[in-house]
Design a protein around this ligand. Structure first.
Ligand code: SF4
Length: 76
């Protein structure tokens, strides 16, 4: 799978553990990094399309992503 946007991610080279927090509440550091990432939209859409279960992607935790998908279904 080729995701050329990944090399431009603000998380590139950072400790991946930051993006796999133990709890939703521990996700703030990762969300902050995503908040200044140039490829945040590509990253989020990738995770949504894969129904990614773990980690923070595109500034969204799993719970956030479930909410986004639910909202999209409701407005479709
Ligand atoms: S949005 Fe967040 S997880 Fe995705 S590439 Fe950017 S910094 Fe990394």
């Amino acid at each position: 799978m080729d995701q050329p946007w990944r090399k431009n991610g603000a998380c590139n080279g950072l400790d991946p553990d930051v993006f796999y927090p133990a709890t939703e509440e521990d996700a703030e550091e990762a969300k902050s990094i995503c908040g200044r990432c140039a490829v945040v939209e590509s990253c989020l859409e990738f995770a949504l399309a894969r129904r990614e279960k773990d980690g923070v992607w595109g500034g969204a935790t799993e719970r956030d992503r479930r909410r986004i998908l639910r909202q999209r279904r409701q407005s479709a």
